[in-house]
Design a protein. Structure first.
Length: 312
């Protein structure tokens, strides 16, 4: 708090009710490109890293993979409040960092430089900072550390691993792409496929067509996003959501659509790729973030410059 109050140029951020807001936590390496600094930390230790951050505290960090996503969420808030200034169902972005408060000054200054609407900065030295996620009501956690992501998922928080890459900030509205199995849906069909092959998976899907799939690790986040979408008609919504799945539309698409219907989750567009590469369609959509459990799909997205997040 003293870091903020000591700098009167820091614009106040609208306080949000975490009981109603869609709270998203990002780590510093997810929102900013700290790869050189992280390398310094690994090679020379915490003290040298802290000295470097203090010496460069007024030098803004370059944007990271989740940067454009946070900017687009901020745009959604603006549009929601233009429609209803009393609305409380907003995006609430917080930074959860293993930086010390001293080295965190550069993080705060970087957020100020870009005009990011971040409500909370949490600088914790605990090895597992994800223990604080539920106390903040976090609905989605984005990190560049795999252990962090796995810990968050085990705590029941939607989470994904972002890979640092050079990305161009897409234009608004906010566009979010979900994979299906093991991301939006459970991995039940994937398990059948691994055990019985494609024919076994197809038989399973035909037998279970009328039974909604179980929920995947990002279902809760998608549902909260869906509630925000319902505040607008489709033509004026500042949010667009997509399902891009390897499922075949002919043989496995009906169950996916029926599951979404059962959940009351409206998706703007759905692409059943039947195992084809996802990169070309993602290049056309230009999402702010793409969630998938397959590393080959993440690589394909990165190859076309799409910000990607892996759900392990």
């Amino acid at each position: 708090l003293s870091l903020l109050s000591s700098n009167p140029s820091f614009l106040p951020v609208l306080q949000k009710d975490p009981r109603e807001a869609l709270v998203i936590a990002v780590t510093t390496r997810a929102i900013f490109n700290l790869e050189e600094e992280h390398k310094l930390y690994l090679e020379k230790g915490k003290e040298e890293y802290t000295r470097h951050q203090l010496a460069n505290q007024d030098k803004p960090l370059p944007p990271g993979t989740a940067f454009a996503f946070v900017q687009a969420a901020q745009y959604v808030n603006k549009k929601i409040l233009e429609s209803n200034p009393a609305e409380k169902s907003l995006f609430d972005i917080l930074v959860l960092s293993n930086n010390s408060p001293e080295s965190g000054v550069r993080i705060i200054n970087s957020a100020k430089h870009y005009g990011l609407e971040i409500s909370k900065f949490c600088f914790v030295s605990d090895e597992d900072s994800t223990q604080y996620l539920k106390s903040h009501g976090v609905k989605l956690f984005l990190s560049a550390d795999r252990t962090d992501v796995c810990n968050a998922l085990q705590r029941g928080v939607s989470a994904a691993l972002v890979f640092q890459q050079e990305v161009q900030a897409p234009s608004t509205p906010l566009r979010v792409v979900f994979d299906g199995d093991a991301v939006l849906f459970s991995d039940e069909t994937d398990q059948v496929f691994r055990e019985q092959g494609l024919e076994g998976a197809l038989r399973y899907e035909r037998a279970m067509e009328a039974v909604p799939m179980g929920e995947g690790p990002l279902k809760a986040f998608a549902m909260h996003l869906g509630k925000m979408c319902k505040k607008f008609n489709q033509e004026t919504s500042p949010i667009r959501t997509y399902l891009v799945t390897a499922r075949s539309g002919r043989d496995m698409g009906i169950r996916a659509i029926k599951t979404l219907r059962q959940w009351g989750l409206a998706i703007d567009e759905a692409f059943f790729m039947d195992g084809a590469p996802k990169g070309p369609i993602l290049s056309q959509i230009q999402p702010h973030i793409f969630f998938d459990d397959g590393l080959h799909n993440i690589q394909g997205a990165q190859d076309v410059g799409v910000p990607s997040a892996w759900v392990p």
